[in-house]
Design a protein around this ligand. Structure first.
Ligand SMILES: [Zn+2]
Ligand SMILES: [Zn+2]
Ligand SMILES: [Zn+2]
Length: 91
């Protein structure tokens, strides 16, 4: 993690960023749907599709399960996003 100040307490609490265990959105695969980008939940490690995808499974997961922070699961992207605080942090 870099030394810049953390934008919210949820992101501050993350010491080890969880990386995707699979590069698919499991929900979309089940539905036979498509996605654009993937995000990995930093509470449970689940990977789901981004807000630019038609089903927005990562956002739905944060809202319904209450896991606030995701990391980008895209290769080369190193950032975290907190849904309730709309906070973004590069690491
Ligand atoms: Zn937060
Ligand atoms: Zn999805
Ligand atoms: Zn989760």
């Amino acid at each position: 993690m870099s030394s810049e100040p953390m934008p919210c307490s949820h992101i501050e609490a993350i010491t080890d960023v969880k990386l995707p265990t699979e590069r698919v959105c499991g929900e979309c695969v089940r539905m036979g749907s498509r996605w654009l980008h993937l995000r990995t939940c930093q509470t449970c490690g689940r990977t789901a599709c981004c807000d630019s995808s038609p089903n927005r499974h990562a956002s739905a997961h944060a809202r319904t399960i209450g896991h606030p922070v995701v990391a980008s699961a895209e290769p080369g992207e190193r950032w975290l996003y907190c849904y309730p605080d709309e906070a973004f942090h590069e690491y």
